[in-house]
Write a protein that binds this ligand. Sequence first.
Ligand code: HEC
Ligand code: HEC
Length: 229
Amino acid sequence: MKPYISVITALLLFTPVVNAEPSSAVAFDLATIKLLKSADPQAGKALAEESKCAKCHGDAGVSDDPDDINIAGMSASYLFKQLRDYKDKKRDDRDMYKNVRELEDEQMADLAAWFASLSPAPANPDRVLTDAVRKLVFYGDPERLLKACASCHGRRGQGGQFDHPALAGQNRTYLVDSLVAFQEEDRENDIYGRMRDISKSLTEDEIEALADYYATYLPDEDEDEEEEE
Ligand code: HEC
Ligand code: HEC
């Protein structure tokens, strides 16, 4: 290969990598897992009261204001990652940045442990599961390379390991807003761009329908069994 060609090739290969900022500084390595394990929920409770998290997230991490965001019962690992991402400005929000900018990792882990220990918002019993939503949630759409939401967010929307958040019981407005934020790359803290890719394959109607489903629906165990392939 001629030298100048290999220079051009090298530029083409490496430019995007050099420019791309990592989407999060959080890795679920041994140090982070130890930090989360040694977190103190009672210290998190005291800090939450001091920081007035309840003002925007409800008294027990659940708010009946449709514009608020429920954080109770999500995994400590997901909650911790979000708090660090706000602090690192990997996830951009002025209110949340102000809340966490002076916190140490231990304090964010304590907060995460506290909110993880609380009960998530109850499901709405009047939920509807259309065929189109069922397909997206449980089977995905191979033609669009869409994986089933349940494969990462759990079969009951209860969340998965590490950075896979619970969706069930979340306020509807926030579910729509966050999918649109990923779609428009206003939110970029998802490692490997997983949610940015997925949300870009979804139509507006699908986003609305998925938000209806998760905000209002939590299948009982029997129905869940029937969904098994
Ligand atoms: C002034 C209002 C306000 C206060 C006070 C506040 N938050 Fe938030 N919080 C928000 C908003 C708004 C968002 C969503 C921002 C966005 O779209 O990224 C959010 C998002 C979050 C998220 C991400 C939720 C998710 O599902 O990804 C977590 C976790 C969180 N807040 C925890 C806390 C904790 C812990 C405290 C107290 C230390 C706190 N917040 C205080 C307004 C607030
Ligand atoms: C390959 C795994 C994967 C699949 C499949 C997936 N998600 Fe996600 N999703 C994630 C991850 C990881 C995050 C959290 C990113 C972060 O902030 O670190 C997330 C975040 C979200 C959020 C924001 C939650 C919050 O509290 O902020 C919504 C809403 C969401 N996903 C909806 C969906 C829907 C609907 C589907 C199916 C169409 C889906 N996801 C499929 C991995 C996945």
